[in-house]
Design a protein around this ligand. Structure first.
Ligand code: ATP
Ligand code: MG
Length: 624
């Protein structure tokens, strides 16, 4: 482990030397004068004085060497289309899009919200926004109007870019009516909505506000828009977490640090080479999609695949046929997707030529051993579990095969990534724990380049949410429990807060509870996540009605409310109508007991519980 240990040691003890070297991977229009300014912890400023552009690094810089190389492959198995763009063509489209935005007044520092399915125009939009020095906020297309409205109000975008619909499993999923409703709900109104019409369904247009992308594009076919050079510390984007606290946190990311961190990760973690093809099956609405569908591979001079569809359509061989066809070298997906594929005939994989594939990366949730073993033996390639968060923007724990090839341990996402000073702490005293002791997984500041700078518009919330003071020093909390072994490999043991991970979508239990409580006949509600073989976890809810008349359809009505406010991904699989909830003497709902009963486990220590009969009642309701 010598090479890895030396590299990691240097990144922590001489961060300025380490990162100054890695920063050479990108183009700097003006060189930085200071690598790190940590004079006001926990706010870390990387590459101070430097000016750069993520869009320039992802596109313009490659035109000399790889203008005719493929940059973007947009595949939709829903609309049966496949379109390939070279770097030159992508550059042209991004310039057209940037010219449209510019003509409607979008400039440096403005926010632009992108609410789009996985189509090439979404990639153009993200790059065009950064080309202008504006800040994007991509909102996952599965979110319904209520969630969307909260994000519109918080980011106050000058413009929103959308399409009339997405498609999933052969069904058209309209976006435009949800967006119209969200704008209606929001106290803040955007000036314009740029509509990419895919011809999937009819939609209403609001005069003077809505603009048509196709006709605007025709006006700017030959437009070239120069990149706006930003300070390395200027924001590039905002991305909201799923929001366990009710109000989602807008993670604000910088420009220079993010570009350097992604470029470095492409080499040391993903072992990818310019000219190769990356296939990341995430969605642009998630942090993995930002970093490893769009920016990472393009900054690195690779071709990247954007995929609209499910891994089972037209059949379970679709991903592997794309690997064969486009000679994918680097694949990145989630454990949930693999659990879906695991149920299919392995022939779908066996009949494809996967010789181009070098490694398969998985992140987002715990990778259980059977799933890891299955994919490992099915594709016979290294399986690299990696652990990170929306907040960090790139991996925290991973094997770094570009530095040194180290043995894989199933169940562990590996060792701390360069730049991350990882600690396992006693959550009360902040004392560092030895190997084999379960502790709070924390990062000693400063966070490395590319991590969140602050909560958008709320520095106080950034400090109070994430940073804990222990003996005079500030430590970033991941809100995950972890443990490490004698070799320094970490294992993630679950979350310290309550988030449900259902089929790769992260849902705050708090958000679902708030939605259910908005029904006028709900007195109290608790939502917990329970294990589900297919989706990882599903939400279930326990609601106490205010009065017991007219409750025959209550479960259905509550599900409808969740559908409307948060979207069907957030709908609990069951909402049990109960008389009481298990509570501690201090009045806190004992969610772990609800979860245990619903999973048919022993509720464990219930000595602090107010009324033990409540659990028996709930057990009866569940088994009815
Ligand atoms: P919120 O912060 O709003 O509650 P979230 O934490 O669900 O949302 P993300 O930032 O997407 O949203 O998820 C990061 C979390 O996912 C990690 O903190 C961890 O709990 C889990 N996670 C990610 N990758 C892995 C992994 N490889 N193994 C185990 N857990 C993982
Ligand atoms: Mg989180």
């Amino acid at each position: 482990m010598g090479k890895y240990l030396d590299t990691h040691y240097q990144s922590i003890h001489e961060p300025e030397v380490f990162w100054a070297e890695e920063a050479k991977r990108i183009h700097w229009e003006t060189p930085f004068s200071q690598v790190l300014d940590y004079s006001s912890p926990p706010f870390a400023k990387w590459f101070v004085g430097g000016k750069t552009s993520i869009c320039y690094n992802a596109l313009d810089r490659h035109l000399i060497e790889r203008a005719n190389q493929t940059a973007l492959i947009a595949v939709s198995v829903e609309t049966n289309t496949e379109q390939t763009y070279t770097y030159q063509e992508l550059y042209t489209e991004v310039n057209r899009m940037a010219a449209i935005l510019k003509s409607y007044g979008v400039s440096k520092g403005d926010r632009v919200l992108i609410y789009m399915p996985m189509v090439a125009q979404a990639c153009f939009a993200m790059l065009a926004v950064l080309r202008l020095g504006a800040i994007h906020s991509v909102v996952f297309g599965g979110f319904a109007s209520h969630s969307l409205a909260a994000r519109i109000e918080d980011a106050q975008p000058k413009m929103i870019i959308t399409a009339e619909a997405g498609m999933r499993g052969g069904k058209v999923v309209p976006y435009k009516p949800l967006l119209d409703e969200a704008i209606e709900l929001s106290a803040y109104k955007p000036e314009h909505v740029l509509m990419v019409s895919r011809g999937l369904c009819a939609f209403e247009t609001t005069p003077n506000r809505d603009i048509d992308y196709a006709s605007e594009r025709n006006k700017h076919l030959d437009s070239l828009v120069p990149c706006v050079w930003l300070d390395a510390t200027d924001p590039s984007y905002i991305l909201y977490t799923s929001g366990t606290t009710g109000k989602p946190k807008g993670v604000q990311r910088d420009t220079g640090g993010y570009a350097v961190a992604l470029a470095t990760s492409m080499d040391y973690i993903f072992c990818a080479k310019p000219g190769q093809t990356m296939f990341c099956t995430s969605d642009i609405g998630w942090v993995v999609g930002h970093g490893y569908i769009i920016y990472g591979p393009l900054i690195h001079g690779m071709a990247t695949i954007m995929f609209e569809g499910t891994p089972l359509k037209p059949d379970a061989g679709i991903w592997w046929s794309l690997v064969e066809k486009y000679k994918v070298s680097t694949m990145f997906s989630s454990p949930t997707a693999i659990r879906v594929l695991k149920k299919q005939d392995p022939q779908f994989i066996a009949q494809r030529d996967l010789s181009s594939l070098e490694a398969f990366f998985l992140a987002g949730e715990p990778l259980d051993e059977p799933t890891a073993q299955w994919i490992s033996s099915a594709i016979q390639k290294p399986i690299i579990d990696n652990y990170w968060q929306t907040e960090t923007g790139w991996p925290i724990l991973a094997l770094q095969r570009g530095i040194e090839v180290m043995p894989n341990k199933f169940g562990s996402p590996g060792v701390p990534v360069f730049g991350y000073n990882m600690k396992l702490l006693d959550d009360v005293s902040g004392k560092e724990l030895p190997a084999h002791a379960k502790g709070l997984l924390a990062i000693e500041g400063p966070l490395p380049p590319g991590c969140m700078q602050t909560v958008w518009g709320d520095d106080k919330r950034f400090v109070s949410t994430y940073w804990q003071g222990f003996e005079g020093r500030l430590v970033y909390s991941t809100f995950d429990w972890g443990i490490k072994d004698d070799d320094g490999y970490f294992f993630i043991l679950g979350r310290t807060d309550d988030v449900i991970n259902t089929a790769g979508h992260r849902l705050g239990t708090r958000e679902i509870e708030e939605s259910i409580s908005s029904h006028n006949n709900v007195a109290e509600v608790a939502v917990v996540g329970i294990a589900d073989e297919l989706k990882g976890q599903v939400a279930i809810a326990f609601a106490i009605p205010k009065n017991n008349e007219n409750i025959a359809n209550l479960e259905k009505e509550l599900m409808r409310i969740v559908d409307q406010q948060l979207g069907p991904v957030a709908r609990p699989s069951r909402i049990y109508i109960v008389e009481a909830l298990p509570k501690t003497r201090s009045g806190k709902i004992v969610r772990r007991a609800l979860q245990a009963i619903a999973e048919h486990r022993d509720p464990g220590d219930i000595s602090t519980m107010e009324d033990k009969n409540v659990l028996i009642q709930i057990q009866n309701v569940i088994s009815q």
